[in-house]
Structures are given as C-alpha cells and as structure tokens.
Write a protein that binds this ligand. Structure first.
Ligand code: SF4
Length: 960
C-alpha cells in the first residue's frame, strides 16, 4: 500500500467493523497545510491524491501543493485526480467502447496482448439517451417507443453486449431502466467505497470516498449527495479508465452561503434557475461551487441534486453539497444497506468532514450569499438556461422578444398580433402521435401527410408502464379532438423530462397533484400540444401510481413515454405533420415547455424556436394554457365545467399536500425492487444476440459501428510539435457556439452530408435515427460536424447550417463544410476554426473534438473556451488558441479568404505560452496577432505531441 505520509489509520466502520482510511486529520497534524479549513470538495480530491501518492503518477509535491491550497490565490498547479469509478451514458459510451475496441485491434495488429486494454476502475454504462418520443398521449406509448428504440438501435446494442462480455469491469444497465444520473443517485453511488488489501500481513478493508467522472456534463448531479464528480470528455474518461489520472488545474472554490427557506409555492426548479442566473453573472466557469450554511442544511438531497445537476448551466465544474445527516437519510430512504450507511457516516466523521459547514468555518475563494426566501417562481428561456424570467413576466418578455431584431437575440417579427391563429387539421380519428421519425419538414421529404396518418397505429389498449404492472388509468380519451389553432407562442411540446427534475419526488408529485385538480375542474390540454412524461427511473412511476396521480396525468396526455432522456436531449420525436407544415408555412415562433436544463436553439426540436425551462407542475399548467404569452398570476388557465375561470393558484398544490403524498409513496423496498436483475427485467434486451471474444469483429455492413481511423498507421513514434503554415478557415463563428452546433445530437437532415451518405448506403430518412445514436460511426459523425441546422458561419453571411466557402483561389465557392474539408484534404491544406466567446459550451461531447480533428482542423482560435471542450480538443491533438481580450474575427475584419499561420510553435512550447497568429489577406498583406496557447498543463503538451490522449496512452501501455 502507498503510505508516503504515514496517514493510513484505523476507524470503526460500524457495528465493530474495523476499517482503514487515509486520514486527512493525520496529515494536518504533520503541519502540511490547514486542511480542516479547506472546502470539503477540495479535501475529498486531496484524499485521492494522498492515497494514490506513489512517487510516479502522483508525487509528494502534488499532495503538499493541494494541502496548501490558498483560497485567495490557488496555485496554477495541475492536480492528478484518480477517480474511484466512471459512469457513461450510451451516446458517449458507445464511441468510447468503440475506441477501446479499436485500441484492442491496434494492439493485436502490433502483436501485443489485446487484454492490456481493460478498464482499471469500475465503469457503469446506462443506456438512456436513445429513446425517442414517437408515441405519446397513449396508454401504449412506453411499449411502442421501446419497440422503436430497439428496432433503431439493434446494431449498437449488439455491440454493447459484446463490450459487456469483453471487458471485466464494465457493467451495463439496459434501456428502459432509467436516466444515468438518476440511476447514479438512487443506486450506483455508495458514498464510500471499500477495497480489500493486506496491511501488516493482515487482510484488511480500506475505505475511500466515492468519486467519479462521467461522460455527461450533468454528472454533477451526484454532488448533491456529497460525492465529488463531474463531466469530462469521452477522451479523458477513456484515459481515466486506462489508469491515467484526470488532470485539472487547482480551482477557485466559490462558497455560496445559503440562509432562509423556500417559500410556499416555490420549487427546487425555481431555485436552480435562480442559482443559474446568479452564478452565471458571477462567472464561475472552471470553478468549484460549494453550497453551505443553514439554508443548505435545510434542503433535502433531491433538491441539492437538482442544483448540482445544473452546474454546467451556471458554468461551474461542480455544484457541491457537503455530507451531513440529510445525505445519510437519503441513502437510507433509497434502500442502501445499513452497513453502507453506517460506513458512509463513520468514514466522514473520522475524516472530520461530517456536517454542513457554517459561516466562517471554511476558507472560500469567493463568498456569495443566497437567501432562499427570495427565490421566485420562474421559467428560463427562450434560448439559454441562465435567462430567468419571473413567472408573471413571461407574457411581456415573450412579446418583446418576438419583435426584437434577430441580431439582438429576438425573433424579428413585426407588428405581431398574438391573437392570430392558424387552423390545423389533426384528423380526429388519429391518436396524438406523429407516427414516424421526422427530420426535414414533410414537404421537403415529399411525404403526403395524409399517407403518413394512415400508417399510424391506432392505440386502444391499456398501458403497461413497467414490466408486470398495470396502470390504473381510467382514461380512454387519448384521441383528442382533431383541430388545433396555433400561432406565435403556442405551446406545441410540453415535456416532463430530464433527470434534473424527475429525480425529485416533490416536483413530480406536485405535477401529479396539479393534474388531478385540473382534471377535477374539467380542464383539458389544448389539441396540438405534444405531451410526454419520461421519468429517470421506474421508482417515479411506482410512486405516481401509489398516490393515484398517474391517472390524472394520463387524462391530460402526460402518459409515460419511456424511462430515458427523451425531450431533454432533443429526442422529442416528430410533431404532427400538419403542425410542422403550419410552422413552416407561417414561420411561427412556436414554444416548448420542459422540465429540462438546456434550451439552445434546435436542441429540443428543429421546428420549435422558443424553449422554456420550468418545473414539472408548470409544464402541466402551460400545457393547459396552450401558450406562453400568458400572465399566470392574473389570467386564467381556462374555464371549468361551470364556466368558472380557473387560475394557476386554484390548482397549485400546497407544501403539506406534497409532503403527505410523498410520505405514503416512497419506501426503501421500492428501490430494492427496481434496482436488481436489470437484464431479467427487460426481455427485449435478452433477445439481442451478442458476439463474443476479446477482439471485436468489425462489420463493414454496419452503419452504426465502424472502426475509427484514429489508430490507422499507428506506430510507437510520437510526432513533433511544429508551426502550422498557410491554413485556410473552415468556419468563422460568433459567440456561444455550443458543442451541439459543432456536433449535433439530434435529427440528421436528409440534404446534409450525413443524410446524403446514409441514403447512398440505402438507408431511408425515416431510419436515419439521430446523430447521437450514430456516434459509433466516424463516417457519419465527421459528415455531421458543424452540421447543426442553426449554426451560422460568418464566412457565408445570412445562411444557417453547415455551409462554408472553399477558397482554392478567387472569391470562394459555397459548399458544405464537410465537402470543403475533403477538398482541402486533397491538397493537404491545414484548416483552422475562428470563434468568439464560450466556444464549445454545452454538453461534454467528444465528437465535437473528434469530428473537428477528422475534418483536418489543426487549430481553433477563439475568444474563450468551455472547459471540457478545450481539453477535448487537446485530447484529440487539435490546438486551442485564445485571442487577446477585445480581439476576435470581427474586430480583425476577417471574411475567411485569408491564409493563417501559427508562428512560434515548437517542441519547447510551454502551457499558456504566447504564439503569433499571422494573417495574410487577399492583397498579400500580412498582419500579426499574439494568441495564447490554451494547452494548460504539462501533461497536455505530451498529449498534443502524441497527436492526442489515446495514442499517448496506447504507446505507454505498449512500452511497458
Ligand atoms: S435527462 Fe437530460 S440532463 Fe439528464 S442525462 Fe439525459 S440528456 Fe442529460
């Protein structure tokens, strides 16, 4: 055992069980730093550094540097953090397993033992991102959506089953079980982990804090339980799996001191939207945020988890809550064993880290106060989660945005009459179902909507929400009247979705109670609203049934559609074809309301421009109202059977109603019942055939799984760092280009390079599936890079989508970004991307970096970078460079016709060094700008030199 500092001590792990731990109090006694005043999150990372201090990967000086963390000026040191486990979801997990399989193939080709490629820490992959809302508002929606999901994803699932048998430390949770972060919170997380070892020649148990990274930015949800963890790119996660530390720079820690209590009528969602706005303004990007004080202590773990979940939206690496009695209570309530709960509590007591810190006990870099009593009911949108709007102001704000010019973030409509509506026939006999996957407008696809409606399966049976369980729904009226009236601001999607909220029983039960009161008053959801309920675990369905609330949700169309990400990730499925046609024809700014965490343009649905985040009960309320331009404080949601106006306040459940319902519904046994024998509970998964063996047999016929080119021509020689000369611009972008702009997850447009490629392979548009589901195929993903329909390349002003200008000479020829990149590749022309602030913001998406690399981009020059995307670019061997303050492509007057050279790059480059961006215009005049190399740590220099993290790790493994 490593015990460089002689801190390995005994403690009582509970009921007389003796355990060992690496004691931070013992380290402090040696005079190495004021550890007891460090933020709790920093202490947990310090424990990992101390425990793994072996003089090689982790050195003494790493421990000393972190133990001496200075709140006011944290040293710019890289911390080698070895995590205890890794979580993946399928969108990011499939390409990661593809890379591992490709590495095994490469090792075999070099004559090595493929089994040297094996995860060294436990890896859990939850298949949650693939379910789409094709069927809704129907008792059979869950079953039919699951059928579609298995049909569409069969090849991916076969591949994952191969991975399950090939890698020993890899657990797979099949589709239809839940959402990764909710499953992590309710089941995977243990709080403390234990490992068997030999100490003083005796078999012994060592305890360590549960820590992790995940390939999903909302991994931070687990921070609500006191577990340190955050989202990393797939590339870093791969390195972590292969025994490399996850490196990050010593962060500042922002302490948010919470006081007071949430008022009646204010939800955890309102609180997290408030925090997102507050912390965005405080610029917490790249920092840890730690919540503490009496206010934090008063919040139950599900509320804390909601706040942790949205860390990426406020920009922080983590939104962490220290461990206290509430954390233990949550583990007990969710069915963790008594032994686990005791070990958890005793471990953190032994580390003197148990209990919510109070003001003055800990040194934070920045202190912020937050009085919970000041939080207001809110929504956020229509494009960014930090744009919070007090609920009564939504009507006014939407009107203003509608008429505001597009360049100022509005929709540029003039003299809009919001009372103007367009009649849309929905064919009264059709179920509320779009019927088939949608990509372009149906007009574009040449599909006659009438034909499509004929194909829709009539739904008459009762739903089966989870295996062996019968819904108690009394609703048979799932076929709503056949006419919708839609206009600007009409709500066309109302989705109770996203782990952010579905893991929180208080808001889910509030949605059910509101639905109950609405049904009892005789209110109905507007025809044309696509309603859905997609919880993050089957526990939610269980308590909605036990409380009798699901039947009211059903009656409003919020039938269960699946246990997965759905609308939150953009898998909202098609709207009724006639509705899509009407939006297109009248250029409507239609709205979605969802309980998710992100609302970037085109994320939720390609045809919906205004997307508002809100709590689940508000989602139900807006579905009833049918529009977002409504002041719910003074306008009624509708009229009851007696013609009486019904206001939101008439339906809103009280805190005591919510608490009463929760007490009767949630038991530890529920969690035991749903979190066991996953495969047995999903016969469709068992029916998927799987190949066996250590090496994956790549199948050229597959359009989902393809061997990536990262290890083609692989040799043991690393490359050299050298200047980039006479590169061309592939794209020039403004601020806030998201990873979804760079590598969209949603629908594949038929006319896009990826769509054309799939058609050339004989695949029909209805079977395209999404980009997210095809991340195991580099041929599709490279074509999909920068192919988001909303991305605006300033090289081709006035256009949207993945277009650019190809400059062989002269004025430049307009073509798709992929086509231009391939033409440049023919002449070995290096490429650059130029961008504004927050480049790569949004989900951690390794394909945003992989696709950039495979298009031939050598450098991205931006005003600023999102943390994970910057590190992913380096991880793929693409150079991130940062403009000086106040400089960008607009201030430099660039139009993309220039040549770009990066001068001063060499083998001796240092992190953060300045190099010169030399720009040569059409007139051959040269200008120079100093740009900062955003390779931030020494290890990243190595990654860059080797052409990325994977070749670096592979060479290390092969040279052992
Ligand atoms: S529900 Fe949304 S936030 Fe949660 S894992 Fe899925 S996509 Fe991410």
């Amino acid at each position: 055992m490593n015990d460089e500092f002689k801190t390995l001590k005994k403690f009582d792990a509970g009921e007389g069980r003796e355990g060992f731990f690496y004691s931070l109090p013992a380290l402090e006694e040696q005079g190495i730093g004021k550890i007891s005043r460090l933020p709790v999150s920093i202490r947990i990372v310090l424990e990992s550094v101390l425990r793994n201090c072996d003089g090689q990967k982790v050195r003494r000086k790493d421990v000393e540097a972190l133990a001496n963390w200075d709140a006011k000026s944290p040293a710019n040191e890289e911390i080698p953090f070895i995590v205890a486990r890794i979580v993946l979801q399928d969108f990011t997990g499939v390409p990661l397993v593809v890379d591992l399989a490709a590495m095994r193939s490469a090792v075999k080709a070099l004559g090595g033992d493929p089994k040297i490629i094996e995860p060294l820490v436990p890896v859990d992959l939850v298949v949650d991102h693939s379910v789409q809302v094709d069927f809704f508002g129907s008792p059979r929606a869950l079953e039919l959506n699951l059928d579609m999901e298995f049909k569409r994803n069969r090849e991916r699932y076969q591949f994952l089953k191969w991975g399950q048998q090939a890698f020993k430390t890899f657990q797979l949770i099949p589709p239809g079980i839940g959402i990764v972060h909710q499953v992590n919170l309710e089941y995977l997380a243990k709080g403390v982990l234990s490992a068997q070892s030999t100490i003083n020649n005796q078999p012994s148990t060592i305890y360590l804090p549960d820590t992790l990274v995940g390939t999903d930015s909302h991994t931070t949800m687990i921070n609500g339980l006191g577990v340190v963890g955050w989202g990393v790119g797939g590339i870093e996660a791969e390195a972590g799996m292969l025994g490399q530390p996850v490196y990050f720079l010593t962060p500042e820690v922002v302490g948010v001191h919470m006081t007071g209590q949430l008022r009646e009528g204010v939800t955890a969602t309102d609180l997290v939207l408030h925090i997102t706005e507050l912390l965005r303004a405080q610029r917490v990007v790249g920092k840890f945020v730690e919540f503490y004080g009496e206010g934090a202590a008063s919040l139950p773990v599900p509320d804390r988890a909601t706040i942790g979940n949205m860390s990426p939206e406020y920009g922080a690496t983590m939104g962490y809550f220290p461990i206290d009695q509430e954390s233990v209570a949550y583990l007990e309530a969710t069915g963790r064993t008594e032994e686990q709960c005791l070990a958890f509590e005793n471990y953190f007591r032994a580390q003197k880290m148990f209990g919510m810190p109070l003001r003055g006990e800990i040194d934070y870099s920045v202190n912020i106060d937050l009085n919970l009593a000041e939080v207001q009911p809110s929504v956020a949108g229509p494009k960014r989660p930090q744009d919070r709007i007090n609920l009564p102001d939504l009507e006014k704000t939407f009107r203003q945005l509608l008429e505001k010019p597009v360049r100022d973030g509005g929709y540029g409509k003039q003299s809009v009459d919001l009372r103007e509506k367009h009649l849309v026939e929905l064919n009264g006999s059709a179920p509320r179902n779009g019927g088939m996957a949608s990509t372009d407008t149906k007009e574009d696809q040449g599909i006659n909507p009438g034909d499509e409606l004929n194909k829709i399966e009539m739904v008459a049976n009762r739903p089966t929400p989870d295996p062996g369980k019968e819904i108690e729904s009394e609703s048979t009226d799932v076929f709503l009247p056949g006419r919708a009236h839609i206009g600007h601001g009409s709500v066309l999607i109302a989705a109770i979705t996203s782990c952010t909220n579905t893991s929180n029983p208080s808001v889910m039960i509030a949605a059910g109670l509101l639905a109950k009161k609405a049904v009892e008053r005789g209110l109905r959801v507007e025809p044309g609203v696509k309603t859905s309920l997609a919880p993050g675990s089957r526990v939610v369905s269980d308590y909605l049934h036990k409380t009798g609330l699901q039947k009211y949700l059903d009656q409003l169309g919020f039938n269960l559609v699946g246990y997965g990400c759905t609308t939150c990730i953009g898998n909202s499925g098609p709207l009724h074809p006639n509705i899509e046609k009407a939006i297109h024809k009248y250029d409507l700014v239609a709205a979605s309301v969802l309980s998710g965490n992100r609302n970037f343009e085109a994320r939720v649905h390609q045809h919906i421009k205004a997307n508002f985040l809100m709590s689940p009960p508000l989602v139900v309320a807006f579905a009833l109202a049918g529009r977002v331009h409504i002041n719910l404080a003074r306008e009624p949601l509708g009229k009851d059977r007696n013609g009486e106006k019904v206001f939101l306040r008439d339906l809103w459940p009280s805190l005591s109603e919510i608490r009463d319902a929760m007490q009767t519904a949630l038991t530890p046994e529920t969690f035991h019942k749903f979190y066991r024998d996953f495969a047995d509970q999903n016969p469709k998964w068992n029916d998927i055939p799987s190949s066996t063996g250590d090496i994956y047999q790549w199948d050229e016929k597959s359009d989902y799984i393809h061997e990536p080119p990262f290890f083609k021509k692989f040799s043991m020689e690393s490359g050299h760092i050298k200047e980039i000369r006479r590169a061309r611009a592939l794209g020039i972008f403004g601020d806030t280009v998201t990873t979804d702009h760079i590598s969209p997850a949603g629908a594949i447009k038929e006319s896009s390079p990826a769509g054309r490629y799939l058609k050339s392979r004989g695949i029909q548009p209805r079977d395209f599936n999404s980009y997210g589901s095809r991340r195991g195929n580099d041929l599709v993903m490279t074509r999909g890079t920068f192919a988001n329909v909303r991305i605006k390349n300033l090289m081709v002003p006035g256009t949207e989508g993945g277009v650019t200008k190809y400059f062989a000479n002269g004025e430049g020829e307009e073509m798709s970004i992929f086509d231009a990149a391939m033409k440049y590749a023919e002449t070995n022309t290096p490429l650059v991307i130029l961008a504004g602030h927050e480049y790569g913001t949004g989900s951690s998406r390794d394909w945003a970096a992989k696709g950039t690399r495979l298009l031939g981009v050598k450098a991205v020059v931006a005003a600023s970078f999102e943390r994970i995307h910057r590190s992913n670019l380096v991880g793929m061997g693409v150079l991130p460079l940062q403009f000086p303050d106040g400089t960008n492509s607009q201030s430099l007057g660039l139009d993309g016709s220039e040549f770009f050279s990066i001068v001063g790059l060499s083998e001796t480059i240092k992190p953060g060094q300045t190099v010169t961006l030399e720009i040569e215009g059409k007139d051959r005049q040269k200008r120079s700008v100093s740009v900062k190399v955003r390779i931030d740590t020494p290890i990243e220099i190595d990654y860059y030199r080797h052409g990325g993290i994977l070749p670096f790790v592979l060479r290390q493994l092969l040279s052992r």
